[in-house]
Structure formats: C-alpha cells, structure tokens
Design a protein around this ligand. Structure first.
Ligand code: HSE
Length: 317
C-alpha cells in the first residue's frame, strides 16, 4: 500500500443532451462529490461508510446500497485488498435530480481506490467499475454520466461491439443554466423514468434524432455553440419524460424567450438544462426558468455553470 488515505472529487454531469440518450454526457461545474478512502493496516475486509453534506440524508451508508460502496467492494474483491477501509462520502450533488449524482460518487470512489493502492487502472476499466455504482439508481449500467464525470468535457459513449469513450473538449463559450425543482423524487427515479420510454420508435423520429445527435457532435468538434444547440431537439425521449416534470413546457418556453439557445431535460430529470453562448443572458434565463416552474406549482434552484474538466485527486497522505 503506497498511501494511507486518498481523496478524489468528481463533478456533476448532464446526460443525453436531447437526442443522445445513454450516449452523450457533459460534465458540469455546478457541484462536486468528494470521496475519501482511508485504509487501516488491520486486515478485516470491512468497509465502513460515512455520508456527509447537503444531500446526505437521502443516501444510504450501507455498502450494498451506496454507489461508492459498491464500487469499492468490487475493486477490493478484484484486487485482493483485505484492509479495513473507511469511506467518507461528501455528498454535494443533489441526488435523484438528473445531475449525475450517483455517477460522481462512483467515479470519485473508483479514482481514489485506484490511487490508494497505486493500481494504474486505465480510464475504460475505471469506468466499468464506476458504472457498477449506477446500477443502484438506474437498474441498468449506463456510462454517459460516469464517463463525463471522470473525463470532463463532452463524452460520447460507443457501445458496440464493446464499450469505448470519445472525449471532445467543449467550446469555451458554452454555458449552461440548470434549474433543479423542489420535487420529491421517488426512490429508483431513474428506473421509473426509463420505464415510461417507448419500446419502439417511428423511423422518422429516429432520423430526426440521428440528424440532431450528429449536429451536436459536429458542434463540439467545430467548437460552435449555436450548432450544438441546434441539435438538442429530441423526439424520442422528451415527449414521454416531460410529463413527469410539472411546468416543463413553461420552463422551456420561458428560457428560449430569455435568450437560451436550447433547452432539454437533464439526464432522467427532473432538472432542466438550458444551453447558452457565454454567460450574457444567464441571469434572465435562470429567472425565467424559475417563473416557468411556478406554473407547475414548483419552486426551483438555478445554477449557472460552465463545463467541468472532470474528476481529480485532491489529496494523498
Ligand atoms: N441516460 C440515462 C437516462 C441517464 O436518461 O436514463 C440517467 O442519469
């Protein structure tokens, strides 16, 4: 064991960006989860979790129900680690709001464990571990949030014939406003939000979404915020999921009137994200989104945020 204690942070993220369901992720500077793993010299194979921070009350400290815990348990097993491990999870990302909260905890845990035992695990494998943590909240493995949270910027997930990640830096003038409603979300919200989706999709909607998803990728490559925004419109997922978000149409309409270039559901919702070119209209967009949620009888918090550079190790002792 090279270190006794390692702390890593991982940022929030938004998945899908409209047409890129389970394929696109974008890291957001809004919040960061922090995971510290302390390895005791005693050999007990025990993992003890302490959850701190704003969102701690809704997060289980039981290893099998905790995204960081599941990841650390699996990595300990695979790498034959037998030390007693204490995990401190500082939960800053609101849970269940579509901001990649579970993903960030899982990513920070995988990164901290990798450094604690100097395992030199490559990014793809770390993401496989982090995606194990996602199963707890979504019921299935999906890589869009974990990859954006680990790698930073915009990430596209290839799934066939094997998982691969393509990262593209975001344009510097890409800016977002996220509105997080005060909606009490059910447990397993992501799983529920996946169940409302259609099993079959009309071909013309597939064409629309492929065209738009391609436009988004071109926009990131060309560093063109307007082009990215042109691609956000989605005919496959948004029509079904917006029904779960009171006031969705009003929030979107208001934000577009106030200068947002595009608006969509952040991940599985219920947060809504607006895309802007620089921060010029950000305040007006944020206010207009709050007004929109009022039409759905909801209060909301708004965050103006840039794109994050991804997860990092913040301390080792
Ligand atoms: N792509 C996933 C979904 C993200 O939309 O269900 C969930 O965080």
């Amino acid at each position: 064991m090279e270190h006794r204690q390692v702390t890593a942070t991982a940022p929030s993220s938004t998945a899908n960006l409209g047409p890129g369901f389970d394929v696109f992720g974008l890291s957001l500077e809004a919040f960061e989860d922090k995971v510290t793993i302390n390895a005791r010299s005693e050999q007990s194979e025990q993992i003890v979790i302490k959850v701190l921070g704003e969102g701690s009350s809704s997060i289980s400290a039981k290893v099998e129900y905790n995204c960081a815990g599941v990841v650390v348990r699996q990595m300990s097993k695979d790498f034959g680690v037998k030390n007693h491990l204490d995990i401190t999870l500082e939960k800053n990302i609101p849970a269940g709001m579509g901001l990649g909260s579970s993903a960030a905890s899982a990513v920070a845990a995988a990164m901290a464990f990798n450094r604690l035992f100097d395992l030199g695990i490559e990014a793809n494998r770390l993401l496989e571990y982090a995606a194990e943590g996602e199963v707890i909240s979504a019921g299935t493995k999906h890589f869009d949030n974990v990859s954006a949270s680990l790698l930073g910027g915009f990430v596209l997930v290839r799934t066939y014939p094997r998982i691969e990640f393509i990262k593209v830096d975001a344009p510097r003038d890409l800016f977002t406003v996220v509105a997080v409603p005060s909606l009490k979300v059910p447990e397993k919200k992501t799983e529920l939000a996946r169940r409302v989706l259609p099993k079959q999709v009309p071909l013309k909607n597939v064409v629309h979404n492929v065209s738009n998803a391609s436009t988004i990728v071109a926009g990131f490559l060309l560093k063109d915020v307007e082009m990215i925004s042109k691609g956000i419109d989605d005919l496959v997922v948004e029509p079904y999921r917006k029904k779960l978000i009171p006031g969705y149409d009003a929030v979107k309409r208001n934000a577009l009137h106030s200068g947002a270039l595009a608006v969509t559901i952040s991940g599985a919702g219920p947060s809504i994200i607006s895309f802007l070119k620089n921060r010029k209209n950000a305040k007006q967009v944020a206010t207009s989104m709050s007004e929109g949620f009022k039409e759905g009888k909801l209060e909301c918090r708004t965050f103006e945020c840039r794109i994050s550079k991804g997860a990092r190790i913040v301390s080792t002792t």
